[in-house]
Ligand binder design. Structure first.
Ligand code: UD1
Length: 419
């Protein structure tokens, strides 16, 4: 078991190159399964979730190699359309392989996905949409046997909620389906746009990029290509929050401010100064930051649920009271107990969390309960007085490529130890 030991209170200063986006790399790795020939995916972050996606591809018989942030996938040797139960449990995004596998082979057997630490995470929208496209689904002892005996066909799908995963699954199932698929109320997250750009580079016909109605005209074949994964906007948000927490000055490189509107808005309310150009963001923060009266998570382009815990940590020491409202997931305040243990003053009432700024946080032994909740504790520890011992960091390793190396390079006192 590994843990991070952080001596808080150091001002962060310097430059950070932002890693590729996990939530973009995962569906694009699944999409590579649809192509003839090799896909070369650049800027893939080296994360346990990305390794799990690579293992799903190899277990299906594909060739998949990762070297220095480049993943090469060739699906021509695909033989097996069953996704191993253990890999389904390892990460929720494994469900994205369902649409791709059905699109390619017309069959797929898989269990329900794991990673449900944010409360119930149903896949009903995914399954209903696929059924509408001609997929028959039979459940036996928790295993889903899916097949499209007459092939997949296009149809109009109206999503009740703009689910990111369901939108991705429909896209993956539709690109090789017969006829036109229309997704109404599609999710508009930048990672979906990135997936669409990759699919178009492979030969797919898709219009409505970045819109809530997406039209996909099925094609006969897709061909692998070289593609660069977009920068990770949630990792960018995390290091912005870390700068805000420590009164730091950071230049974040190889990122995309265009995908961070909701976050930059909040930074402004926190009275942090920032400046953006095409590929970088410069932030200069004075500690303590200003409280944010109301911070509500919403589908893109609203404030992302994935940044809720991280900004809550940064606002624990703000001047004044901040009120959070989590509208996307039911159980996304699991980091709060640990923040309170570090001296924060937070009250939860249903979907709201009220954060009264305190003068100081103090280091404590705390455990990550989920990926972004873990990142929030990291941000809190950077701004706390004294030592924090952060355990269960495998959650953090799902989304952050070498966080201790990144943070030490900008002045944090942080080390990883094995116990
Ligand atoms: C993706 C992201 C995750 C992010 C989330 C919301 C990846 C790998 N993960 O997760 O980091 O927090 O988007 O931006 O990209 N829902 C249903 N039925 C369904 C599907 C979803 O009720 O069939 C509900 C969920 O329970 C949740 C909400 O819709 O309350 C949002 O889920 P969704 O957008 O699907 O999130 P994910 O794709 O799981």
């Amino acid at each position: 078991m590994q843990k991070l030991i952080i001596q808080g209170g150091q001002r962060l200063e310097g430059e950070i190159i932002i890693q590729g986006a996990k939530n973009s790399a995962l569906p694009i790795l699944a999409a590579a399964l649809l192509c003839d020939g090799e896909s070369i995916l650049e800027n893939c972050p080296e994360l346990s979730d990305v390794y799990a996606a690579c293992r799903i591809l190899t277990s299906a018989g594909c060739q998949c190699q990762m070297k220095q942030h480049v993943v090469r996938v060739n699906a021509e040797s695909l033989t097996n359309s069953e996704i191993p139960e253990q890999l389904m449990q390892e990460m929720r995004s494994s469900i994205i392989f369902l649409g791709a596998m059905l699109g390619k082979t017309g069959v797929c057997t898989l269990g329900y996905p794991g990673g449900c630490e944010l409360g119930p995470r149903p896949i009903d929208l995914h399954l209903q949409a696929l059924e509408k496209m001609g997929v028959r689904i039979r459940e036996e002892n928790g295993i889903l046997h899916c097949s499209a005996p007459k092939g997949l066909h296009g149809t109009k799908i109206h999503l009740q909620f703009p689910s990111v995963g369901a939108t991705e699954n429909i896209l993956l199932a539709a690109v090789l389906a017969e006829g036109e698929t229309i997704i109404v109320n599609a999710a508009r997250e930048p990672e979906i746009t990135d997936l669409i750009h990759y699919l178009i580079s492979c030969g797919a016909k898709i219009t409505g990029i970045g819109c809530s109605t997406i039209r996909i005209q099925g094609v006969k074949k897709l061909y692998g290509c070289t593609y660069r994964i977009m920068p990770d906007r949630i990792v960018t948000a995390t290091w912005l929050a870390a700068a805000a927490m420590t009164g730091g000055t950071l230049r974040l490189l190889h990122t995309d401010a265009g995908s961070l509107e909701g976050i930059l808005d909040v930074l402004e309310q926190m009275h942090c100064s920032y400046y953006c150009d095409d590929t970088s963001i410069f932030i200069s923060a004075r500690s303590p930051v200003h409280a944010v009266r109301s911070l509500k998570t919403m589908p893109y382009p609203g404030f992302p649920t994935d940044a809720q815990a991280i900004f809550m940590a940064a606002l624990c020491r703000a001047e004044g009271t901040s009120v959070f409202e989590e509208t996307i997931f039911e159980n996304r305040y699991r980091h709060v107990d640990a923040l309170i243990r570090m001296g924060a003053d937070i009250q939860i009432a249903g979907r709201a969390a009220v954060v009264h700024g305190v003068k100081q946080l103090h280091g404590a032994p705390v455990s990550a309960t989920d990926l972004r909740g873990g990142a929030a504790l990291l941000v809190a520890a950077l701004g706390a007085q004294g030592e924090t011992v952060l355990t269960e960091i495998s959650h953090i390793d799902r989304g952050y490529d070498n966080p201790e190396k990144v943070l030490s390079a900008v002045g944090a006192d942080i080390r990883r130890v094995s116990s």
